[in-house]
Design a protein around this ligand. Structure first.
Ligand code: ADQ
Length: 458
């Protein structure tokens, strides 16, 4: 019998061009799977229209892409409202930033139902349905209501918080019940999986079985840990391409000797404010680096129509100005803050050029920048990764310099240590990280999830 077809559902369908390299993470992992075996990818087009359920179909090689538009009201309630205004902050332990409204939660459910209703006619009885991320926690429940009895799995790219934190969302019980309509729930780390299981066992009367299987709400769901990875060799190859390298060297000629790099979406969960403050502390406490060290922060705006994101953007602009105002010399600007995104063929060589990479989220599901940075390094002369202990990646990359993103002095010390680290120690740490990343590759993430989804929770 032919392998069951893979149907991927995510908030957005990544823009795909035949023959073009794609972005990292979700898009790269999912696309590989779909390219090899063929399949269908379903999600929001990114457009807002008055004909919200208009479907657009496109095929790229063996992949069929179906998208729907959202109405303005759906977008406001589901995307700006519950998903990004309430759920995202709480999943990242930022409960003070969460803003919950019941009508927005109803809108979130409504859009999950729209997804299920629009997808149902496209799905065959044996298809495996793999949903992604925090936008679709209620999708399986909606799909079951549409009569779909397919294997349904969800991979959560974000952290899953401890029950006491999750419960600050008034609709927490509805969310967990809906999540249990999946057959398989995948998490980035054991901490996330345990937090989910804790809620189910202690707050929802669930029962645990071996291998992460839980019974709750009259259903059986398997939970598992699938740390997302990167294509290690592809990243290194992109970093090394001569044209790309020339570009990076040119950029580097304009920078100072010691480059500390950070690359993030502009998001409060990424700890940028705390990182800027730590860099200021570094400059104050370690003057030996003056005139030599440059910190480059690349952070394109994201979710720019949500107020908390506008606030963080304003704060960072002010803070960058303050730091440069305090420390810059006529021939040295310590902080470069670039509010835009760069293509991967620019980013990867830049990773390779940087002596240190500061990845200090307050919470992060995984953080692929950390893995990409480590993968991009020249093994003979690698840079140093400074990594928040609250990034999922810290579970695997414990050979990085691990820091607490709330500890300004500790982060400043780590920057000094990174820029002064002997090459033997850098090589040793880098080799350890590379070994873990090769083991937990992007292929393994995808294959293990798919295999468990196929087997089901029995
Ligand atoms: P994100 O929060 O978007 O992803 P991350 O994993 O760091 O975070 O980045 C995803 C991709 O975006 C990476 O491949 C990176 O290169 C790219 N990227 C980030 N900033 C960029 C920039 N300034 N310019 C260009 N490219 C940039 C979510 C979760 C993470 C989880 C991923 C995958 O929040 O915790 O690691 O999904 O599961």
């Amino acid at each position: 019998m032919a392998a069951p077809r893979l149907v991927v559902v995510s908030n957005r369908v990544a823009p795909i061009q035949e023959g073009e390299p794609t972005a990292g993470g979700l898009a790269a992992g999912v696309l590989d799977a779909l390219r090899q075996k063929g399949g269908l990818w379903f999600g929001w087009s990114g457009d807002i229209s008055d004909a919200p359920e208009a479907k657009a179909e496109r095929t790229v090689g063996p992949i069929s892409l179906f998208t729907i538009d959202l109405s303005r009201r759906d977008y406001d309630d589901y995307y700006r409202g519950f998903a990004n205004g309430a759920l995202w902050p709480v999943l990242h332990y930022q409960i003070g930033l969460g803003r919950f409204e019941w009508p927005e939660f109803a809108g979130y459910r409504r859009v999950n139902e729209t997804f299920a209703r629009s997808l149902a006619p496209l799905v065959g009885p044996h298809d495996l349905i793999w949903a992604h991320d925090y936008h679709l926690l209620c999708f399986a429940e909606a799909a079951r209501a549409q009569g779909l009895s397919n294997r349904l799995g969800l991979f959560l790219h974000t952290p899953f918080p401890a029950p006491g934190v999750l419960m600050t969302i008034p609709a927490h019980a509805d969310l967990i019940r809906a999540m249990c309509a999946y057959d398989l729930l995948g998490f980035q780390t054991e901490t996330d999986r345990t937090a989910f299981a804790d809620y189910v066992l202690r707050c929802a009367g669930g029962v645990a079985h071996p291998d992460g299987v839980l019974d709750a709400f009259g259903r059986r769901v398997k939970t598992g840990v699938y740390p997302i990875g990167v294509h290690v060799d592809d990243v290194r190859a992109q970093a090394e391409t001569p044209a790309n390298r020339r570009q990076a060297t040119r950029m580097r000629a304009n920078l100072m000797e010691r480059l500390i790099l950070s690359v993030d979406r502009l998001d409060y969960s990424k700890g940028l404010r705390q990182r800027f403050a730590a860099f200021e502390r570094f400059l104050a406490d370690y003057p030996a680096h003056h005139g030599l060290a440059t910190f480059m922060q690349i952070a394109p705006p994201s979710r720019a129509d949500i107020e908390t994101y506008q606030v963080i953007r304003r704060e960072l602009e002010a803070e960058a100005g303050h730091i440069n105002g305090r420390f810059a010399e006529v021939d040295w600007v310590p902080l470069r803050y670039l509010n835009r995104s760069f293509p991967r063929n620019v980013l990867m060589p830049l990773y390779a050029e940087a002596q240190a990479c500061l990845v200090t989220p307050l919470r992060d599901g995984m953080n692929l920048v950390a893995k990409e940075y480590a993968a991009a390094q020249d093994p003979a002369e690698p840079g140093v990764l400074i990594l928040s202990e609250f990034a999922g990646a810290a579970r695997e990359l414990d050979a990085a310099l691990l820091v607490n993103p709330y500890d300004e002095a500790g982060m400043a010390r780590a920057m000094d240590q990174a820029l002064s680290m002997p090459v033997e120690e850098r090589r040793e740490r880098h080799a350890a990280m590379l070994a873990v990343m090769r083991r937990n590759s992007l292929e393994r993430w995808r294959d293990r999830f798919e295999a468990d989804l196929r087997t089901g929770p029995a």
